[in-house]
Write a new protein. Structure first.
Length: 427
């Protein structure tokens, strides 16, 4: 047979499984930390997984039953925390990986939460607002016993938003017989949400990229940025980077992207996307696929869409100096070694996109105090957390002579392990 095998080839199905990607990094970090085998046994599995079947009366009058999940990965450092996503291709494996990433993410930025994630298999683009509301409320009612300000605090994720959170908060509150704002974060500001929460993930990406620029003695005007995605992370991240003077040369949505080496007028492009629901027909830019966009030569690449975008198949052709992972799990574990060999500086997802959960923490704190901060205060505190976490990570990576992703996992696992050991394992 004439096929050649790459030395570190990983079977495709395994590479595409986000839980496998998460676990292979976890195992590597655990080994380097020489993690005690009892702690390893406890920390490698989630604490609890709930699967629910959600009957929803559709607009047609018929009942349709949807499948949903909530995985609570870890509580060692505080209530579980993490978003809920609605998508046709959600799987329990994906939700389990995302829940674990929340645990490590909260630990990396030292926010006193554990990790969780929820998902419902549905096609939100084909559903009316009424159907989405009924789905959300029934899903929330199924979670009632396991969520709460001290237990598990959901937030928005892919295809869920402030409205979704308002419905969950209301459903939970109706059953509690009083308003419980702190049961979710990412709420509308008028309902106990935090100023700055909507922009927080994108702003967090900007803050860590700014730090990387300082490290490499680069300045925004001469820094070419490519952003994959234009939702809450990619769109807002691109907008904030544009405002900060970076040259954003490409951006995309789920259907494809636009590229102009001279720079794109991001506010105009996002307005075009909002008005026409597409980047197609956007003037003064070349259209390209999402796969092509990732391979553009640039200084900073921000994958801010979904998982498994940078894999063993295309990592060799990634052409950036800094990779700032706005999405959760955009890079497979099999691609890590290739990026490292190419000398790409990776700001791993569990740090780069932690701005969202950091301001979620601020929202939870404000809800519990009943006292709300000005946006400047929120943004300044977010900056403090992101800058300190970035520098701590870089220092840790240098001290232990490991890449930044491994360092992030080591830092996080060490923190969770310490708290687990101090509490003791109830076995
Ligand atoms: N869904 C976001 C994330 O993946 C935010 C989670 C939260 O704020 O709890 O980080």
């Amino acid at each position: 047979m004439a096929t050649t095998m790459v030395e570190d080839a990983v079977p495709e199905a395994k590479e595409a499984n986000p839980f496998e990607s998460m676990m292979s990094r976890f195992d590597r970090a655990a080994k380097l930390l020489d993690l005690n085998s009892d702690l390893y046994a406890v920390m490698r599995v989630p604490n609890r997984e709930l699967k629910v079947y959600i009957p929803v009366r559709m607009d047609s009058g018929r009942i349709q039953v949807f499948e949903g999940f909530r995985v609570q990965h870890n509580f060692a450092r505080g209530p579980a925390k993490g978003g809920i996503r609605y998508a046709p291709d959600v799987t329990i494996e994906e939700v389990r990986a995302l829940a674990a990433w929340m645990t490590w993410k909260c630990a990396v930025v030292n926010v006193p939460f554990g990790g969780a994630k929820g998902g419902v298999i549905c096609d939100p683009w084909q559903m009316s607002q009424g159907e989405l509301e009924r789905l959300t409320r029934r899903y929330a009612s199924e979670l009632i016993d396991i969520i709460g300000p001290e237990k598990d605090v959901p937030a928005p994720d892919m295809n869920t938003n402030e409205q979704t959170m308002a419905w969950i908060m209301d459903t939970y509150s109706m059953h509690a017989r009083h308003t419980v704002t702190a049961v979710v974060t990412g709420k509308p500001i008028d309902l106990g949400g935090s100023r700055g929460r909507r922009e927080a993930t994108g702003r967090g990406v900007l803050f860590v990229v700014n730090e990387a620029m300082k490290k490499f003695k680069m300045t925004p005007p001469s820094t070419r940025v490519v952003v994959q995605g234009s939702g809450n992370v990619g769109g807002i991240g691109a907008q904030l980077m544009h405002e900060a003077g970076y040259k954003v040369i490409a951006i995309s949505d789920m259907h494809g992207g636009i590229y102009n080496p001279a720079g794109i007028d991001i506010p105009a492009a996002l307005e075009h996307l909002r008005a026409t629901r597409s980047f197609e027909e956007y003037p003064n830019a070349e259209r390209m696929s999402n796969a092509e966009l990732l391979e553009i030569e640039c200084d900073v690449l921000v994958p801010a869409a979904t998982e498994n975008q940078i894999t063993s198949q295309n990592a060799e052709r990634i052409n950036c100096k800094v990779l700032a992972e706005g999405a959760n799990g955009p890079t497979t574990a099999a691609a890590d070694a290739i990026l490292q060999r190419k000398g790409i500086f990776v700001i791993p997802d569990i740090l780069a996109n932690a701005g969202g959960v950091t301001v979620s923490y601020f929202e939870w704190v404000q809800d519990r105090m009943g006292y709300f901060w000005k946006e400047d205060v929120v943004n300044e505190r977010l900056q403090d957390v992101m800058v300190a976490s970035f520098n701590e990570l870089v220092k840790f990576a240098e001290k232990h002579n490991v890449d930044t992703r491994t360092a992030a996992y080591m830092l996080a696992i060490d923190r969770v392990a310490y708290d687990t050991r101090m509490r003791g394992i109830y076995a």
